[in-house]
Design a binder for this molecule. Structure first.
Ligand code: SAH
Length: 216
């Protein structure tokens, strides 16, 4: 039997020591979500290794440090309306839900129906479906019906610029966190709106799966 609780506490304490986890809010969220529940059985052993893991269709669950860092950058609080592009396993959405004290709404959109189903099952088992709503589709177009969003979290690397439809759907005082493909690498940006135009603050180099695009 693996003692997941202790492993989770060890990882969170390491992420705090490394300065990745900065706030009590993100610390509590990382401590409350069982990452092993978002992994197939054969990967559970690695749930608290600080590394991405390949789940299905060549897609990955992000590394815990990346989930924590993005949650810190998003400055989450109760009551927000959040859009996540790239549901994957549902883990990151669950951590966001906890950082929002399970108050507010998270819309998350996944390209692969099989992953959306897997995430929905994981989120349902842990009681997150009241706050997290899973959609299937091309998230680069956002979810205009539910816009504007206070926060937009993108977990697949976008082409050299922010998808315009996503930017349109960010509220005027909103925050978007998004990995962007650059020439030889990817850079994580915090994007805000200044007089209607994107203000882009680079944070660090990252490595995400590429964002997929459907035909218009
Ligand atoms: N947040 C996830 C990890 C995401 S990996 C987690 O916590 O597990 C990135 C995900 O983005 C993959 O599942 C991939 O299928 C999805 N994706 C890629 N392009 C997309 C698009 N255009 N719209 C929605 N999802 C997309």
């Amino acid at each position: 039997m693996i003692d997941f609780e202790s492993a989770r506490r060890r990882l969170v304490s390491m992420l705090k020591d490394e300065g990745i986890i900065k706030s009590d809010r993100v610390e509590r969220a990382m401590l409350s979500v069982p990452r092993e529940e978002f992994l197939p059985n054969y990967l559970r052993l690695y749930a608290y290794e600080d590394t991405p893991l390949e789940v299905m269709y060549g897609q990955t669950i992000s590394a815990p440090h990346m989930v924590a860092m993005m949650c810190e950058l998003l400055d989450l609080k109760p009551g927000l309306k959040v859009l996540e592009v790239g549901t994957g396993t549902g883990y990151h959405a669950a951590v966001c839900a906890e950082a929002m004290e399970r108050r507010g709404t998270i819309y998350t959109i996944e390209y692969y129906p099989g992953l959306a189903l897997y995430a929905t099952q994981n989120l349902a088992r842990l009681g997150y479906l009241g706050i997290v709503h899973v959609f299937i589709g091309d998230g680069s177009k956002g979810l205009p019906k539910y816009a504007p969003f206070d926060r937009i979290l993108v977990t697949a690397a976008a082409p050299p610029k922010v998808p315009p439809k996503l930017f349109e759907q960010l509220s005027s005082d909103g925050i978007m966190v998004i990995p962007i493909e650059e020439r030889f690498t990817q850079v994580l940006y915090v994007v805000t709106k200044e007089d209607g135009v994107p203000h882009m603050r680079p944070v660090t180099y990252v490595s995400f799966v590429k964002m997929r695009y459907s035909e218009e």
